[in-house]
Design a binder for this molecule. Structure first.
Ligand SMILES: [Cu+2]
Length: 227
């Protein structure tokens, strides 16, 4: 709703977008309240002659309120953030599909270990990450060189990728099929051609995915060509 295209592509993205909307709403309420108080103070207590306004020491109820209310807001925001992000981190033990993501300067490789299919991006062609609609997918991420960050805006989620380390997360892909050219990016500055680390995302029906996977496995390691 507040975040522009592409639409949320996973069930978890819907949750995270809700969290985002709560953040924006609370920020707006707090912002309007603070600006309102500032404007009130400017007008109500503006300088009138040389006399000082009445000086006040301590106001326990007000001090308790302006400590407790922000604290409660922060605790609440932390709780909803923690809950929705943990859903991605934990996943279940038996995902429908595993995708091995290898980031390198300056492109991506997507491997589907159960079938042997691999898609590699090149300087002249963005790779395409193809996912089956309605499936639970575990991403297993590592880097061949420096720190990168795997970001599909439609996931409303990004994850840093480290050399010599494997990180995982899991999402449930939504039921809607669609193609999102060049929508995936590297979100961590990683050198000269960092800005070229785009990849496309395509979500297809399960049967079509199986066909694509079989074709890809036969073709071996082939560069993407839609860039
Ligand atoms: Cu990168």
């Amino acid at each position: 709703m507040i975040v522009a295209t592409p639409p949320p592509l996973t069930d978890q993205a819907d949750d995270i977008e809700r969290v985002w909307n709560v953040f924006v709403l609370i920020a707006l309420v707090v912002g309007v309240f603070v600006v309102g108080l500032i404007c009130y103070a400017i007008v109500r207590f503006r300088s009138r002659g040389d006399s000082l306004p009445k000086q006040v020491h301590y106001n326990i109820p007000v001090e308790v309120a302006y400590t407790a209310i922000p604290l409660l807001v922060v605790i609440g925001l932390f709780a909803i953030t923690f809950t929705s992000v943990r859903a991605i981190d934990s996943g279940d033990d038996d995902p429908d599909l595993v995708v091995d993501v290898v980031a390198f300067q300056w492109q991506w490789q997507f491997g589907y270990p159960e079938s042997g299919a691999t898609v590699v991006g090149t300087a002249s062609g963005y790779p395409e990450l193809v996912l089956p609609a309605g499936a639970s997918v575990e991403f297993s991420l590592t880097s061949a060189d420096v720190i990168h960050s795997f970001w599909i805006p439609g996931f409303r989620f990004k994850r840093d990728i480290f050399p010599g380390e494997t990180t995982t997360f899991q999402v449930d892909v939504g039921e809607h099929t669609g193609s999102y050219p060049a929508s995936g990016v590297c979100a961590e500055f990683c050198g000269l051609d960092h800005h070229k680390m785009h990849f496309s995302v395509r979500i297809v029906a399960a049967a079509e995915f199986e066909r694509w996977l079989a074709d890809r496995a036969d073709a071996g390691s082939v560069a993407g060509s839609d860039g």
